[in-house]
Design a protein around this ligand. Structure first.
Ligand code: ADP
Ligand code: MG
Length: 168
């Protein structure tokens, strides 16, 4: 068990602009493994979709990355790995997760990236990583929290590599 309050399990980063969010996505991209679940927790416009877009581009997806707000899920297959990008903003009840049969997407050969996880509370499988987005002036502050052993490994590597102003 890893408490989210344990400093060893959290990395806090200041992201001054969109380019900084994209840089974090690029650094996170190679660290995510099939089977991992990432919750992206933060208000509208906080940068959740921006982070996913840079992450998928860094994994060599060249097409568009659209917000799944209306479609619930956007699907990418990159180098035989499935990437499922969810957005549950429009859920009125968490039970809609079950009604839509979404549980079957959470498999060992897929990486699941979930916006608005709290809207599916009680049904959504637990996260390996939770990324909390906060508005901070014109920029954003993100807490990256490890919630499993796989998440810890990922976070340790991110802490080693994290460069706030990594070039594009
Ligand atoms: P969400 O998916 O959380 O609703 P989006 O990624 O769709 O948010 O939109 C985020 C908006 O904020 C975009 O206009 C993007 O350019 C901007 N943005 C992203 N990261 C930052 C940042 N670190 N600082 C300031 N603006 C940012
Ligand atoms: Mg979004």
């Amino acid at each position: 068990m890893h408490s989210p309050d344990d400093n060893q399990s959290t990395l806090t980063v200041q992201l001054a602009d969109e380019a900084a969010t994209a840089a974090l996505g690029r650094q996170l991209a190679p660290l995510l493994q099939p089977g991992m679940i990432v919750w992206l927790d933060g208000d509208l416009g906080a940068g959740k979709t921006t982070l996913v877009r840079s992450l998928l581009r860094a994994r060599n997806h060249s097409g568009p990355v659209r917000s799944p707000t209306y479609t619930l899920i956007e699907i990418y297959v990159i180098s035989r790995i499935y990437w499922y990008h969810f957005d549950f903003y429009r859920f009125n009840f968490p039970e809609e997760f079950l009604d839509a049969g979404l549980g079957e997407y959470f498999r060992d050969d897929a990486v699941c990236l979930v916006e608005w996880p709290e809207k599916a509370a009680g049904y959504l499988p637990a996260a390996d990583l939770v990324i909390r987005f906060h508005f901070a002036g014109n920029g954003r502050t993100l807490d990256v929290v490890a919630c499993s052993e796989e998440g810890q490994e990922c976070l340790r590597a991110l802490k080693r590599n994290w460069q706030p102003h990594a070039a594009d």
